[in-house]
Design a protein around this ligand. Structure first.
Ligand SMILES: CCCCC/C=C/CC(=O)SCCNC(=O)CCNC(=O)[C@H](O)C(C)(C)COP(=O)(O)OP(=O)(O)OC[C@H]1O[C@@H](n2cnc3c(N)ncnc32)[C@H](O)[C@@H]1OP(=O)(O)O
Length: 378
């Protein structure tokens, strides 16, 4: 496969020691002005995130005395700011700028009379979305590439989850076509980008943040039917699911260090919480690949099924679950997740900022170059 010339030039530039892109004070001030011009009301959750990031960027970690239980407004503000912990001012400033730019683009789209309508109408071949028996089934459908996720597939999934959160189905289920569940991020996403690598990394970080937020925000039960090996982001995301059913053929692999990258999808928080820091480090730092049973023992998988009966058993179970009262499931999920949400948004934002810099690092570029320039199989 030919590696794009742009990517080669950017690698050369990087070797000359070009600094990483950061939001300047001017970018921050522009973002503050842009918020006033937003055409669409971003809603309370986003407003709280904007508030918290602004306070963190200008004053550092939360310095406000904890308000009383009945002071709901200030308590919500305190929770949002406090959840950012010791996030550095510079990172908060960058996250603020990124968040405003994503809001501006989504608030402009409908007035251009384009994106909203087009996206609904578009049929996606690599992400299949079907609704049956109260279940929205979202399938990674790119078996020739082991279901690797392209930039377009990230966007398709955001849209599918958005639609599924308000339609009349009661749960969403992810699975894969073919022998793999998913091989993670498409490693050619950055090498085939048309602009410069810095622009691609910056756009990638915004897209990744929105993508992961759409899982954090999904209000109905979210289930993964892991039909085969899972790699990278398809594994880390599982920490945000409500149930994970795996075939005994499935494996779980997060080779981030090997790729010069760092964890995403809130796994730097959900994995240690779920399995303890020692086991999380084995996966996220050292790239240990787990079998389905090992992943079950670590709490990442709900139940493992023999490959021979996997599909029948799991789908029978899911159809039964889908008959449970939908409001009760939604309300219970909200109770389970509510206290974690602000923390998850903050972790997601920090992981994306960290990854953006990693994608521009020599370690990561070398790893991607070595993957895309592998010898073709005979
Ligand atoms: C918005 C941006 C967000 C970014 C978020 C970041 C997330 C981080 C990650 O997800 S890190 C994980 C990245 N994934 C990988 O490192 C896996 C890479 N792939 C492999 O190691 C192997 O392909 C394999 C182990 C998955 C399968 O090996 P096998 O030998 O069985 O098969 P092939 O290697 O021949 O694969 C068949 C074709 O599929 C292509 N392919 C597989 N995975 C990917 C991938 N992740 N990205 C791009 N392409 C992939 C592979 O190149 C073969 O294509 P070809 O037939 O055209 O050569």
């Amino acid at each position: 496969m030919l590696v794009s010339e742009v990517f080669r030039l950017q690698v050369a530039k990087l070797h000359l020691g070009r600094p990483t892109m950061r939001a300047s004070q001017q970018d921050f001030e522009n973002a503050l002005n842009q918020v006033k011009l937003l055409k669409k009301d971003p809603g309370n959750e986003v407003k709280l995130r904007l508030y918290a990031l602004y306070k963190q960027a200008t004053e550092g970690p939360c310095n406000m005395p904890k308000p009383g239980m009945l002071d709901f407004v200030n308590k919500a503000k305190w929770d949002a700011w406090n959840a950012l912990g010791s996030l550095p001012k510079e990172t908060a400033r960058q996250n603020y700028v990124d968040l405003v730019s994503s809001l501006s683009s989504s608030s402009e789209a409908p007035s251009q009379g384009k994106r909203g309508a087009d996206e609904k109408a578009r049929e996606s071949k690599d992400i299949l979305v079907t609704s049956e028996d109260g279940i929205t089934k979202i399938t990674f459908n790119r078996p020739t590439k082991k279901n690797a996720i392209s930039f377009q597939m990230y966007r398709d999934i955001i849209l599918a989850l958005k639609n599924a959160s308000t339609d009349n189905t009661v749960m969403a289920v992810f699975t894969g076509t073919g022998d793999y569940y998913c091989s993670g991020n498409d490693l050619t996403n950055f090498t085939s980008a048309t602009g410069g690598i810095e622009e691609a990394a910056s756009n990638g970080a915004v897209l990744l943040r929105d993508f992961v937020n759409s899982f954090i925000d999904f209000p109905k039960p979210l289930v993964a039917v892991v039909n085969g090996p899972a790699v990278g982001i398809s594994v880390t995301l599982l920490g945000l699911f409500d149930a994970v059913f795996a075939s005994d053929r499935a494996t779980f692999h997060t080779p981030f260090s090997q790729l010069g990258q760092s964890p995403e999808a809130c796994s730097s928080y959900t994995f240690p919480k779920m399995m303890g820091s020692a086991k999380a480090a084995e996966m996220l730092l050292f790239g240990k690949k787990l079998t389905a049973r090992e992943a079950w023992a670590q709490g990442l998988v709900t139940e493992v099924f023999p490959e021979s009966t996997f599909e029948t058993e799991v789908w029978t179970r899911l159809k039964t679950y889908a008959k449970l009262p939908p409001n009760a499931m939604r309300i219970s999920k909200e109770l389970i997740r509510k206290n974690e949400k602000e923390k998850l948004y903050a972790v997601n934002a920090e992981e994306c900022t960290t990854l953006q810099a990693r994608w521009l690092s020599e370690e990561c570029m070398n790893a991607i170059m070595s993957f895309v320039s592998r010898k073709p199989k005979l």
